[in-house]
Structures are given as C-alpha cells and as structure tokens.
Design a protein around this ligand. Structure first.
Ligand code: SF4
Length: 267
C-alpha cells in the first residue's frame, strides 16, 4: 500500500455523495459550512442515529460492526460505515495484518473524532482475519438514479480493502422505503467515478472557490440548500453578466474599427 495522504489530508466519505449530487452543494456545505435541514435530511439523520444505536452481533465465524470508523491513506478517505459484516475462518485465530492495520489506524486517528470508532473496532477484530467483508449503507427513500449513494459505498469498500487487505467486489445499500438490501457491484467504473470525485473535491478545496449554480429543476427542488443557493437567480445573473461583457467587447471593437476607418479617410 502506498501512503499518498497524511491523517490531516483525508476527505470525509460523506463529501463524495455531496459532490456527486452537485459540486456547488459540496462547496456550500464543506467550504462555506452552510447546512440547511429539510424533511429529507432530517429523516436521514434519524435513520442513521437508529442504525448507530444498534448493537453488534458476534458469532464464531461472523461479526457485525455498526458505526465502524474506516480510512484509506492511499486514496485519502475517512468516515464511518453504518454496518460492516465480517466473516471469519473458524480455524484462523493468529495475529495478522488486519489486526496491525486497525491498531495503527486507531492510534494515528487518536485525535480525529471521525475515526474514534476505530478504538472499539481494534479490540473486536483482534486475532481475526476476515475472509469476507460486506459494507452496508442505510438510506432513507428509494434507489436513486444518480451515483451519490453508490460512490459513498464504494469509498467504504476501498477503505475496508486497505484496512483488511481483502478484495471487496460487492457491497449493499438498504433503502428504508424499499425495505430490502440491494447488491451493488464495486466494479472498475464505480471505482473510477469515486476516485475522480475525490480529485474533484481536492480541486475545489485547493481553489477555495464555490462553483456557480447549474440549475436542474428536479435536483434543485429536492436540495435542502435551494433557498440559500438560489440557483435560478445565480444562473440568470451570470448569463446576464456574460451577455453584458460580450456586448461591451463588440461595442469596443466597433468603435475601434470606426476610428481606424476615419484615419484612413483623412490620409
Ligand atoms: S440548489 Fe441546485 S445548484 Fe444549488 S446546491 Fe442544490 S443542487 Fe446544487
């Protein structure tokens, strides 16, 4: 594993779903620290609170971990998984890489509140090397057309692969209104999209500029930040500004041409 990023330079996985939904929404929340509650965000919070209060189950060859802190230093990601299911080989109880990786993560993240849950995970995963890992993310509502939930899940899989040194080619999303888990393939396309979005976040962060609004009726109507963002107004004003600049350039060009013609006539 290559450690490309330091502990101070990790991107919260929740930011991926924000930037995937809309780069401006990401910047308003994460750069400008603006957050507006609406029915959808409130329902999402209640659901996650319920999930995080669940108690983990443990058997000899299977363990459930709720609210598990994870991170990837290779891709620069951090956050919490709602639920991680781990399967173990009953005969494998030796100390292993996974134990060391989780221990190190917990130590490095001592002052990082987002990774606090790793302290608990450290003890629970000691002496156990999972043979299969399945992250499950809980969401309100129904399956979405956009990639916002899938990229967040993929980021979790990427972190878990690094922590447990195990490939994960499938994970699951649970939608409250559908009341069933849905298998999501962690394939090359989804991985590529996820990594590109982390790069997009880093670009926005280093530019420190909030992208301009791109109004899309369906998306913006469901966005909790619509009243603050004012996408229709912003877009109109930007297009007005561009038109104005173009007409000034044209006017300047015309004046210049007239002066040039006059000069030629005088000669
Ligand atoms: S209102 Fe629309 S443009 Fe503005 S942040 Fe939300 S989704 Fe993006």
């Amino acid at each position: 594993m290559i450690n490309n990023f330091s502990e101070d330079d990790l991107i919260p996985m929740s930011a991926l779903s924000h930037v995937s939904y809309c780069p401006r929404r990401y910047a308003l929340i994460h750069l400008e620290q603006i957050w507006e509650e609406n029915r959808f965000t409130a329902e999402g919070d209640v659901l996650h609170e319920r999930v995080h209060n669940e108690h983990s189950q443990s058997r000899k060859t299977f363990r459930e971990e709720y609210s598990m802190g994870v991170r990837s230093l290779e891709y620069g990601l951090t956050g919490k998984c709602d639920l991680v299911e781990l399967w173990f080989d009953a005969n494998n109880k030796t100390e292993n890489n996974a134990k060391n990786e989780v221990k190190n993560s917990a130590k490095d993240a001592k002052n990082n509140t987002e990774n606090k849950a790793e302290d608990d995970t450290k003890n629970k995963t000691e002496n156990r090397n999972p043979i299969k890992v399945n992250p499950v993310e809980f969401k309100r509502g129904r399956t979405k057309e956009n990639d916002a939930d899938r990229v967040q899940l993929c980021a979790q899989a990427i972190c878990l692969e690094e922590m447990f040194h195990i490939p994960i080619d499938q994970a699951q999303l649970y939608y409250l209104q559908e009341r069933r888990r849905k298998d999501i393939a962690i394939d090359e396309n989804l991985r590529k999209t996820t990594i590109e979005l982390t790069q997009k976040i880093r670009e926005i962060r280093s530019s420190n500029q909030t992208p301009i609004a791109v109004y899309e009726k369906r998306k913006c109507t469901n966005c909790s930040l619509v009243d603050i963002c004012m996408p229709e107004w912003t877009q109109k004003s930007v297009s007005r500004y561009i038109k104005r600049q173009i007409s000034l350039i044209e006017q300047e060009h015309e004046e210049h041409e007239q002066k040039r013609e006059q000069k030629c006539e005088n000669y």
